[in-house]
Write a protein that binds this ligand. Structure first.
Ligand code: LCS
Length: 393
């Protein structure tokens, strides 16, 4: 179906549909590593680019292509590339855009491994980096160097839920000929479209909201222009971080309900954030839909909803966090986010237990900080669950 002038929900269901010879309504799983050529000439045509028929699954596959076209359509981009994980997507962007001596300017509070791979791996190949509070536009322009090739933004950030003005940063980047990539994992194209705001590349951990069912790990990148896309595609093909056809089938299935899930979990998150903000055992709540959020006005302008990720600080610090974790029953004690199940985690006693208190504080992860990924259960049950657990503190 041609979805060019169709609405977001029609695109969610039909973009990238693969028309097979049996009329299958659902894009089938082409679980094959390789594809037969009709003859030697056909093989030659495929490799020389005269034919765009499939050759080998690392280079392309109908099930994977169907997902790539769907996400590209949702993000208003040129084309997409699906990856085995979100981190494969992140590192492929770095690998494709940066070279020896190049500088990348990144949001300081990006997802830990998106930062660590620069510090630990790309630094060994002579890549320079600066981590800046990109919510402060003046700091971004100051941090640009003659060798800056990429501005890498995450908005909202994980787990601090801070926002960056994508349009303002993209305008600055254009002046200097720098590419802008936005990690849109927390918002999804349902709430925020970075390419429409001037970014060149948009990226997701597909593991989260896009797949939505906590049963696969994957990533995707969408480029606005052909040149940027072609470069990313070549790097992915050579580095080999491709998605698997079965993974792509699962995501093609999960993504169809994205709007419904985002709508439901977003409404519940707003109620839970308002409940937490009034709770005597909670110091503060960070949720873009609260007037108290420092970027509330930006969230209203840049996003079409506020998402379902909440961070909050407990008054009782580390111990209070531990007690809360040990007493929630409906929300599962687990990392990750964006599935139909609510997940809760306390970085100081869980994911960041091995990180020094000083380093945690520098990253904005205080001892009482709790991250709550709201799912689609009944909101009354989620609030009851929280109330029961908070009572134990
Ligand atoms: N970008 C963001 C914003 C993320 O939250 C994650 C994973 C990634 C990239 C990497 O994606 P992956 O390779 O895991 O698909 N975030 C996780 C989290 O908050 N808990 O567990 C993983």
């Amino acid at each position: 179906m041609d979805t060019k002038n169709k609405g977001f929900n029609t695109k969610l269901i039909h973009s990238g549909d693969y028309e097979d010879c049996f009329g299958s309504v659902v894009t089938p799983i082409y679980q094959t590593s390789t594809f037969k050529f009709k003859d030697a000439g056909h093989g030659g045509d495929c490799f020389s680019g005269k034919s765009d028929d499939y050759i080998y699954t690392r280079m392309g596959n109908p099930t994977i292509n169907s997902l790539e076209c769907k996400i590209a359509d949702l993000e208003n981009g040129y084309r997409g590339i699906a990856f085995s994980s979100g981190m494969a997507a992140v590192s492929t962007v770095y690998m494709a855009v940066l070279s020896q001596g190049a500088h990348v300017l990144s949001t300081d509070a990006v997802y830990g491994p998106s930062r660590a791979v620069l510090e630990r791996d790309f630094s060994r190949f002579g890549v320079e980096y600066s981590f800046v509070d990109t919510s402060k536009i003046e700091l971004v322009e100051k941090a640009i160097k003659p060798n800056t090739k990429l501005i890498y933004l995450e908005t909202p950030t994980n787990p601090t839920i801070m926002l960056t003005d994508i349009r303002k940063i993209a305008d600055i980047a254009k002046k200097y000929g720098i590419l802008v990539c936005v990690d849109n994992t927390f918002s999804t194209p349902y709430l925020q479209k970075p390419l429409d705001l001037g970014a060149d590349i948009v990226l997701h951990s597909i593991t989260k909201f896009i797949n939505g069912h906590a049963d696969i790990v994957g990533g995707v990148v969408v480029a606005k222009d052909k040149d940027v896309y072609d470069n990313l595609r070549k790097t992915m093909t050579f580095m080999g971080g491709n998605m698997d056809p079965h993974q792509a089938y699962m995501v093609n299935r999960g993504v169809k309900t994205l709007s419904l899930r985002m709508e439901r979990s977003g409404k519940s998150a707003q109620k839970i954030a308002e409940y937490l903000e009034k709770h005597p055992k909670v110091e503060w709540v960070r949720y873009p839909g609260l007037k108290s959020h420092p970027h509330y006005e930006l969230a209203k302008k840049q996003m079409t909803g506020f998402g379902s990720m909440i961070s909050f600080e407990l008054k009782g610090g580390f111990k209070a966090g531990e007690i809360l974790m040990n007493n929630v029953k409906v929300a599962a004690l687990a990392v990750s986010l964006g599935g139909v199940e609510s997940l809760i985690q306390h970085p100081a006693s869980m994911t960041h237990a091995g990180v020094s208190k000083e380093a945690r504080n520098n990253a904005g992860i205080s001892d009482g900080l709790v991250r709550y990924a709201v799912g689609i259960e009944d909101v009354e049950d989620l609030i009851d669950d929280m109330e029961n657990a908070l009572r134990k503190i």
